[in-house]
Ligand binder design. Structure first.
Ligand SMILES: [Fe+2]
Length: 673
């Protein structure tokens, strides 16, 4: 059974493909389109489906749209419109939508809340058009790959609750058979925070908080106030917070009133009245901005700790799985790990909206394998809740804790994030030759680790392109820029190389076996941190040895690397340790400011030649900038240096040239059954 999950509603559009309970492929559209976040969260962009990501996921499984049994879309238009006078839902679930904006003075009285948009009709029309568009609206260059001539789709389509998809992306991917689950984001249809419990093969909702009360939107407002791009730059606010004092945290907390059953209400917080006017983008940053960020960060952490306390008691579970954009806040996650009530905390690496594609696919698959019809699965498991304006307003209809929903036994959990495209050496080398580049081909894995470690030990900054691309926003050793943390100037050098702000920290990677030697705590969460989603403190006795890996408060956003799931990166770290005594590298995403992480070899070459990177290690090939010692050079440029005239080699297949599609050896589906 093939299930395609889609996120396309707001931003970070993505696709994920689950075959008989196992994730086969997952990727964000931005990596193919080269537009960061794929699109901005506007009603005018809702129609855009992640066709490139869909086509690649299907290719990875050797399938087309005609083979897909279920398509699960991570937004429920009926739930969004329910109760809206200007977006009427019929008794049969049908929607009557205005074709254009409805000005407030023409909308039915009280039809819209202040946060609703006059363009919501257009927005929902785009959501509802998605099934037809997937079947009949693919870009021409992808049509034959998506749906061969003469074939027709036969899928069952499901619109699923957005936060249910965030939840499923966490508890159906986490390493446990039972856990509590909490999601926090800007907003879904209405919910902004949800709680649930997964146990004994059943999922049960434990409630939700709805608009306008949103910790995610509060953080977005602060991001805008500090002069950054909301729904994109929230991690910059988190980084600034480490440099400030939370002098307004108590006052902010006084505006976040926490009630019973995980409910909370956020009163309007006027940041301008509190600390002055917004910062203009690009203006200098100072103590005021640091303190504002620190105050909101502290208020967020205190609030989420209290919500977790309630969820711990309500669920009776020892483990917590999380998703939603707020769950990308590593500092908050660390406080939950260290001070929260749960034994362990697991965050799905694509915690933002892209991850709902994964959750949609996992949920639809698990329900279908359990013999549940799509209609039953589609029913919102959460009792409808109106936006509450007081703590006393119930977020859960009294006495209506949702019934448990049965799911099929799990066959998969997420041990790594390498579910994206990859290219084989046999595909990379013709591209290097075709482009006329000088390169060194290494003999084997040992040479790869050795040669790359030599460069890093010399203080070189390298682009590292290996294996399947990461799922989620973090580079985890497949599309990374790597450097040694020994040089105190390396952080500034990397920020300059990536053309980004000076205050941005860079994160360390360490072999999981050596985690405790360098960072603390190291025993929590099973003694690993594979997705770089928790901060740790650098051990005091080691801090001076890795100055570029330490943030201003002595913390570090650590990634542990396991030989089982990323053997090349693990071997490289060990080889670096043999040379320098420090088996730690700083690891930042392989991209430049404003662009997504590189996906293809062509992207990697463009980034390499348009930045001051010293070397590129791509598969078994090493390319060095002029003046940097290289091994035996091969390739067209080497020949050119000898005086030969080189022209494009007609024997090189066109599908390995710059627009090449990813290597996609179809998986034997029979083995997945
Ligand atoms: Fe979301």
């Amino acid at each position: 059974m093939i299930t395609l999950g889609l996120n396309a509603t707001f931003h970070d559009s993505a696709a994920a493909l689950v075959v008989d309970g196992r994730l086969v492929a997952a990727a964000e559209e931005e990596r193919f389109s080269r537009i960061k976040h794929a699109k901005r969260p506007l009603p005018f962009s809702t129609w855009e489906l992640p066709f490139n990501a869909i086509a690649w996921c299907l290719q990875q499984a050797g399938a087309t749209l005609a083979d897909v049994d279920h398509v699960a879309y991570s937004f429920d238009p009926v739930r969004f419109a329910d109760g809206r006078e200007d977006l009427r839902v019929g008794a049969d679930g049908s929607l009557r939508l205005p074709a254009g904006p409805v000005p407030s003075d023409l909308a039915p009285q009280d039809a819209r809340a202040p946060w609703d948009s006059p363009w919501d009709g257009l927005f929902l029309a785009s959501v509802l058009a998605a099934p037809g568009q997937l079947a009949d609206g693919a870009p021409h260059h992808l049509r034959s790959r998506l749906l061969p001539a003469g074939r027709a789709p036969r899928w069952q389509w499901q619109f699923l609750d957005h936060h249910l998809c965030h939840q499923a992306s966490a508890f159906l991917a986490a390493p446990w058979e039972r856990c509590a689950v909490m999601t926090l984001d800007g907003r879904g249809e209405r919910a902004t925070t949800t709680y649930g419990r997964f146990a004994d093969g059943h999922y049960q909702s434990l409630g939700e908080v709805c608009m306008p009360h949103s910790l995610g939107l509060l953080y977005e407002r602060m991001t805008t106030h500090l002069g950054f791009l909301h729904s994109s730059d929230e991690y910059k606010v988190m980084a600034l917070a480490a440099m400030g004092q939370p002098r307004w945290a108590d006052e902010m907390c006084s505006h976040i009133r926490i009630g019973a059953q995980g409910r909370y209400v956020i009163d309007d917080i006027d940041f301008t009245a509190l600390a002055g006017p917004p910062r203009r983008p690009g203006a200098a940053l100072g103590a005021l901005q640091f303190d504002l960020a620190a105050s909101l960060q502290a208020a967020l952490e205190r609030t989420v700790l209290r919500l977790a306390d309630w969820l711990h008691g309500a669920s009776g579970e020892r483990h917590l799985a999380m998703a939603g954009g707020v769950a990308l806040n590593c500092v908050m996650n660390a406080r939950l790990r260290d001070e929260g009530p749960f034994d362990s905390v697991w965050i799905q690496p694509a915690a933002g909206d892209a991850g709902t594609a994964l959750g949609a696919a996992l949920w639809a698959d698990a329900r279908a394998r359990a013999g549940q019809t799509p209609d039953a699965a589609q029913a919102s498991p959460v009792a409808a809740a109106s936006a509450s304006t007081t703590v006393e307003s119930p977020a859960i209809a009294p006495g209506s804790l949702a019934r448990p929903l049965r799911l099929a036994p799990r066959r998969w959990s997420m041990e790594h994030a390498h579910y994206g495209p990859q290219w084989a050496d046999e595909e990379i080398e013709p591209l290097l030759r075709w482009a006329g580049l000088a390169y060194e081909r290494l003999d084997d894995e040992a040479m790869l680790a050795s040669r790359t470690a030599d460069l890093l030990a010399e203080g070189r900054v390298i682009g590292w392109f290996q294996g399947r691309m990461e799922w989620g926003p973090r580079a985890l050793g497949a599309r990374s820029i790597l450097a040694s943390p020994i040089d105190p100037a390396m952080q500034a050098r990397l920020n300059e190389l990536k053309d980004r702000e000076d205050f941005r920290p860079v994160a360390p990677a360490v072999p999981v076996e050596r985690f405790a030697d360098w960072f603390t705590p190291a025993a929590a969460n099973g003694g690993e941190s594979p997705f770089m989603l928790f901060t740790h403190q650098v051990r005091a006795e080691q801090a001076a040895r890795i100055p570029s890996a330490c943030h201003s408060d002595g913390s570090a956003r650590v990634q542990t690397v396991d030989h089982r799931t990323n053997p090349r990166f693990h071997s490289l770290l060990e080889a670096v340790g043999e040379r320098t005594g420090v088996p730690v590298l700083v690891n930042t995403s392989f991209n430049v400011r404003g662009l997504p992480v590189v996906c293809s070899p062509k992207d990697a070459l463009e980034a390499f030649f348009t930045t001051p990177l010293d070397a590129l290690v791509i598969g078994l090939f090493v390319l060095c900038k002029p003046g940097i010692a290289s091994g035996a050079m091969t390739g067209a440029a080497a020949t050119r240096e000898a005086g030969a005239v080189i022209e494009a080699d007609p024997r090189i297949p066109t599908d390995t040239r710059p627009d090449a599609t990813p290597h996609a050896a179809p998986l034997p589906l029979g083995e997945l059954a």
